[in-house]
Write a protein that binds this ligand. Structure first.
Ligand code: F6R
Length: 248
C-alpha cells in the first residue's frame, strides 16, 4: 500500500478525479470500455463532484464507461432516498453522459430466493468485461471495504452479508434511527475488489484514524478485511491529515 496524505480532502479528491478522468480518456483513445468500480457514502462525494464538473466544463465523456457499484442495502428499493441507487444517480449518473445500460448497481429488491443466483450473475458480469480497471473505495470503522465485514474471506465474491452493529450505528442518522437501517446488504467480495487492476481508498477525518492505522500497520487478518489490500500491488490510500494522524 502506498499512502498519500493531503491537507484537505478537497485537494485529494481533485487528484483522484483527475486519475479517473485520465483513465477514461486513455481507454477512449484505445476504443475500449473503461470499467469502474464505484463506492457510495460520504468519502467519494467530492470526487464525483469534480467528475461532473469535468464533464460539464471540460467535455469529459462517460460514453465508454461501464460502472459496477460495490454494494446496496438489502432489502432496499431503488426509489428509496437511502438507496445507493439513488445516491449514485444524485451525485454522478444524472449529471454525466453515461449510458443507462452501462450502470450496474446491486439490486436490493431481488427476492430472497433469487438472491444467491443474482450475486453470482453480478460477479460473472464483472468478469465478462475483463474485470475492473479501477476500484474506488471508502473504509468503514469495522475495517469493511464494500460491505465486507470482519470475517470476510480473502477470496469472497459478490454475496449477501449481515451488517455489523457498528456499521448500522454509523448509518443510523441517514436512516433517522438504527431501527430503520437494513440488517443485510449485497456486496462485491474481497476477491472481486482485489482483482481490480488499480485500487484507490479514500479516508477522511479523525473518525477514520484508528481503522486506517490498523489497516496499514496491522497484520493481515479477516478481522480487519481492509488489511487484505496490503497484498494488492497497485493500491493507494489517499488520506487527509486527520485520517493519517495515528500512523507511525
Ligand atoms: C459504500 C461502501 C462502504 C463505505 C464505508 C465508508 O459503497 O462500500 O464501504 O465506503 O462505509 O462510508 P463513508 O464514506 O460514508 O464514511
Amino acid at each position: 500500500i502506498h499512502n498519500v496524505i493531503f491537507d484537505s480532502s478537497k485537494e485529494a479528491s481533485l487528484l483522484v478525479a483527475q486519475e479517473i478522468a485520465n483513465l477514461i480518456q486513455r481507454k477512449e483513445e484505445l476504443n475500449e470500455f473503461c470499467i469502474l468500480g464505484l463506492a457510495t457514502g460520504s468519502s467519494p462525494i467530492k470526487v464525483y463532484e469534480e467528475l461532473v464538473r469535468m464533464h460539464k466544463e471540460e467535455a469529459l465523456s462517460f460514453a465508454n464507461v461501464v460502472t459496477f457499484n460495490l454494494d446496496e442495502y438489502y432489502p432496499m428499493h431503488k426509489n428509496n432516498i437511502q438507496s445507493y441507487y439513488y445516491f449514485m444517480h444524485e451525485h454522478l449518473f444524472n449529471h454525466v453522459d453515461i449510458k443507462p445500460e452501462n450502470i450496474n448497481i446491486p439490486d436490493g429488491s431481488v427476492s430472497a430466493e433469487d438472491l444467491q443466483q443474482y450475486c453470482i450473475d453480478y460477479e460473472m458480469k464483472i468478469k465478462s468485461y475483463g474485470g475492473l480497471d479501477f476500484q474506488l473505495l471508502g473504509i468503514g470503522r469495522t475495517g469493511h471495504i464494500g460491505f465486507n465485514e470482519p470475517g470476510s474471506h480473502v477470496n469472497s465474491g459478490t454475496r449477501s452479508i449481515t451488517l455489523d452493529h457498528l456499521t448500522r450505528v454509523d448509518a443510523a442518522s441517514a436512516f433517522l434511527g438504527i431501527d430503520n437501517v437494513p440488517r443485510k446488504a449485497i456486496t462485491m467480495g474481497i476477491g472481486t475488489v482485489r482483482s481490480a487492476k488499480r485500487i484507490v481508498l479514500l479516508g477522511w477525518g479523525v473518525n477514520k484514524a484508528g481503522i486506517i492505522k490498523n489497516t496499514i500497520e496491522g497484520e493481515v487478518s479477516p478481522q480487519v478485511p481492509a488489511t487484505y489490500l496490503q497484498e494488492h500491488s497497485n493500491t493507494t490510500f489517499v488520506l487527509d491529515s486527520e485520517a493519517s494522524s495515528e500512523l507511525t
